[in-house]
Design a protein around this ligand. Structure first.
Ligand SMILES: Cc1cc2nc3c(=O)[nH]c(=O)nc-3n(C[C@H](O)[C@H](O)[C@H](O)COP(=O)(O)O)c2cc1C
Length: 377
């Protein structure tokens, strides 16, 4: 229940207001060059305070790797790593002790377990995604080292404001290797949005903050250089495993692959990707399938879109019920929160895509399960 993957397994642990959070990565083959800096770079992208739109909670999220690495390479043993929580302010939450916050896991946790950690949501907090990013950092390194696989995520929509940059409006950027320039644009924007109207989105979020509200949006993810054949029929499809992994992240409310929901409006003649022969191999004229046919990767870029809901903690007054007395109450949520989850969820989404790919590629024989030296022979 806390583990993602079967051959490459990432088990996350820890709570928002506990002492520390971390992950155990089991099944990473030996001889992958790996350092704390590799994972720290990913954690820095997820860390609170990275942009004007992230919670002012001050966390350094400094990683400590405890096991699984010797002389700069993985050993094949479990990799265990953690970050300490430094800036919890649990008193911000004491007023909410018996009144579940709308949109959070408080009510369902209380009904299921008979308790809930009112100090920031405990295990249902967005902070638990630290463990996924630790696992994702290892998976990304493994995919890059073995197949030069790159995964890039960016905001394509905020509220109702549609951006003008997406894979389908700019496929050439992903084919010609100009992706590094786009990544610079993504990482330089507070919403991680490379669209020309990103400023309009920024203003939209600012006006929501002023009215004590929050907003959601859509993230697109593209993964490049995935070989043909990753994923298994029928119940371990690449599409199914990706959807399951991504839907396991807090605040994710929908996943599309390729043209997704839009495909339901197209004619078959518009949707089908026709084959061409070029550079001594078979390719496709288009990539409406988003890199997956019948649950198996087809060699074109993987394209996913993910709907993320508005942050549930808002400062507007909301109705709730005192679970002890049954009395209806009005609550206002204090504490420090992201007005929009989008920019910080992007490294988490990339991590889950990486973990799913690493797992299926080890299970499918693309990556040697024990020793990467065999991959390089
Ligand atoms: C990276 C990340 C950061 C988050 N930050 C916050 C936050 O600051 N405030 C908040 O109310 N919810 C935040 N959330 C969302 C809640 O964790 C989530 O909405 C809640 O647990 C209910 O789960 P559900 O939305 O999947 O139903 C965050 C989620 C993620 C993935």
């Amino acid at each position: 229940m806390n583990t993602l993957g079967r051959a490459f397994r990432v088990t996350t642990w820890g709570e928002s207001h506990g002492k520390a959070l971390g992950a155990v990565i089991d099944g990473c083959p030996a001889n992958l060059p790996l350092s704390e800096e590799d994972i720290q770079g990913e954690l820095n992208r997820r860390r609170p305070g990275y942009s004007i739109f992230s919670t002012p909670r001050r966390e350094t999220d400094k990683i400590e790797i405890l096991s699984g690495i010797f002389e700069g390479r993985t050993t094949g043993s479990p990799i265990s790593a953690l970050v300490y929580n430094r800036d919890q302010r649990s008193k911000d939450y004491t007023k909410l002790r018996d009144t579940p916050r709308p949109g959070h896991g408080d009510y369902t946790y209380y009904r299921k377990y008979g308790n809930y950690d009112y100090r920031g949501g405990g295990r249902a907090s967005g902070r638990t995604t630290v463990g996924l990013v630790i696992g994702g950092g290892v998976a990304k390194k493994l995919l890059d080292y073995t197949y030069n696989i790159k995964i890039v995520g960016y905001t394509v929509k905020v509220g109702k404001i549609q951006g003008d940059f997406s894979y389908y409006s700019n496929p050439e950027v992903f084919n010609t290797g100009d992706i590094d320039k786009v990544v610079e644009r993504i990482e330089g924007n507070p919403l991680r949005c490379p669209s020309s109207n990103a400023q309009e989105m920024v203003e939209y979020v600012k006006s929501a903050i002023e009215s004590g509200d929050s907003v959601g949006g859509v993230v697109e993810l593209v993964a490049l250089n995935i070989p043909v054949g990753v994923g298994n029929p029928l119940f371990s499809k690449l599409s199914g495993e990706l959807a399951g992994g991504v839907m396991s992240i807090n605040a994710v409310k929908g996943v599309e692959i390729g043209r997704g929901f839009q495909s339901s409006e197209l004619y078959g003649s518009e949707m089908n990707d026709q084959y061409i022969y070029c550079n001594n191999g078979v390719d496709m004229k288009t990539n409406n399938c988003g890199g997956i046919l019948a649950g198996i990767s087809c060699g074109t870029p993987l394209v996913l879109r993910v709907a993320v809901k508005p942050t549930p903690s808002i400062s507007k007054p909301q109705k709730s019920v005192n679970l002890k007395s049954g009395e209806e109450v009005e609550i206002e949520i204090e504490g420090r929160h992201d007005p929009i989850i989008l920019p910080r969820i992007i490294p988490v989404l990339e991590s889950v895509v990486a973990i799913v790919l690493a797992d299926l590629m080890i299970r499918g024989g693309f990556i040697h399960p024990c020793n990467l030296e065999y991959n390089r022979e």
